[in-house]
Design a protein around this ligand. Structure first.
Ligand code: COI
Length: 332
């Protein structure tokens, strides 16, 4: 079996090499993303493993078919940048890594929230300038707040555990309820209800498709004054301009954004000393009440190792048995 792994970062390499050695499978590691220009590197291989934020071009899948490759295994969870129709047309199966470390993302959400509630961004900036004054950065305590968890999949549930540990009141919403949380009476019936009751709204939902935002001017108007929004899910869940305006005009207390609707091509690149041509992004970065980070909630040693190895295991299962536990239903 010969596999090719695309878009591999330096921090992933050692896990892939280790896996290849243990499993005695040839894995060619390439840094290039999977594009119509680079797909020919895969000619002669049995399966493609990849990760990228950039949309996968349908042409890539026509080429895979031409080369007789019928499985692509992603190292991440999100499949919103994959054109399913092109996969179906070319009889290509797709796997993802549905759970590499829900705790990594849950812990990061809470870390961001705590930093925001204690005004750390502003305080650190002040201290950097030798301004040691307390006011106006008085904090708020999590144990006094109602946290609304939107989405109770693995990540949402890991977050709930942590919030309960802090003594916060937790309410939740999901289209598909979790039995245990339901028994605890944690669910509200609608997302609107959650937005109305919560002091903190934390998003653990997949993308709902372009234009289908959960947080926008209309929903913000329904939210409590001084509420906080935390997003480690997908940038397109939020109308970012509306959110920025609501923080700037004092309706909302602030936001923690680890994802941003226009992040592709910017996040995980070094723009030191360059002009940013995204004015909204500049404003988010400047705001003392918005903590913006470049999609790093997942970025831990445990998660990266799991992404590298689980994707390869799924590929082996697909090639050996024709299926795997992580195959995506392309008709859903
Ligand atoms: C995903 O797994 O889809 C993520 O959003 C994390 C990614 C940046 C590797």
């Amino acid at each position: 079996m010969r596999l090719i792994d695309y878009g591999v970062r330096d921090d992933e390499k050692k896990y892939i090499e280790e896996w290849a050695k243990i499993n005695k499978v040839e894995v060619k590691i390439v840094q290039e993303l999977l594009t119509p220009e680079t797909v020919e590197l895969a000619n002669g291989f049995d399966g493609i493993v990849a990760y990228q934020q950039l949309p996968y071009d349908p042409v890539v899948f026509d080429k895979m078919n031409e080369y007789g490759i019928h499985v692509i295994s992603l190292r991440n969870v999100g499949v919103d940048n994959v054109p399913f129709e092109a996969l179906k047309k070319n009889d290509i199966r797709l796997t993802n890594v549905p759970s590499y470390s829900p705790e990594a993302i849950a812990e990061y959400s809470v870390t961001g929230l705590m930093a925001l509630l204690r005004n750390m961004k502003h305080m650190i900036r002040k201290v950097d300038q030798y301004d040691f004054e307390w006011a106006p950065d008085i904090g708020r305590e999590l144990n006094q707040l109602t946290v609304g968890v939107a989405g109770t999949g693995r990540i949402g549930r890991a977050a709930i555990k942590i919030y309960e540990g802090f003594g916060a009141k937790v309410i939740a919403y999901d289209k598909y309820r979790n039995d245990e949380l339901d028994k605890k009476g944690m669910y509200v019936d609608t997302l609107d209800e959650l937005l109305k009751q919560a002091d903190v709204v934390t998003l653990h939902l997949p993308s709902l498709g372009k234009g289908n935002t959960v947080i926008n001017a209309k929903t913000i108007a329904e939210m409590k004054d001084d509420a906080v929004v935390v997003n480690t899910g997908r940038g397109d869940l939020i109308n970012t301009q509306d959110l920025y305006d609501a923080v700037a005009n004092g309706k909302l207390y602030g936001a923690v954004l680890d994802v941003y609707e226009n992040e592709v091509g910017i996040f995980n690149t070094d723009r030191t000393d360059q002009e940013l041509d995204d004015k909204l992004l500049e404003k988010l970065i400047q705001s003392p009440r918005i903590i913006l980070t470049p999609h790093i909630a997942f970025y831990t040693t445990k998660a990266v190792k799991n992404m590298a190895t689980i994707s390869l295991n799924s590929m082996v299962d697909e090639l050996n048995t024709g299926t795997s536990g992580n195959e995506i239903d392309l008709d859903k």
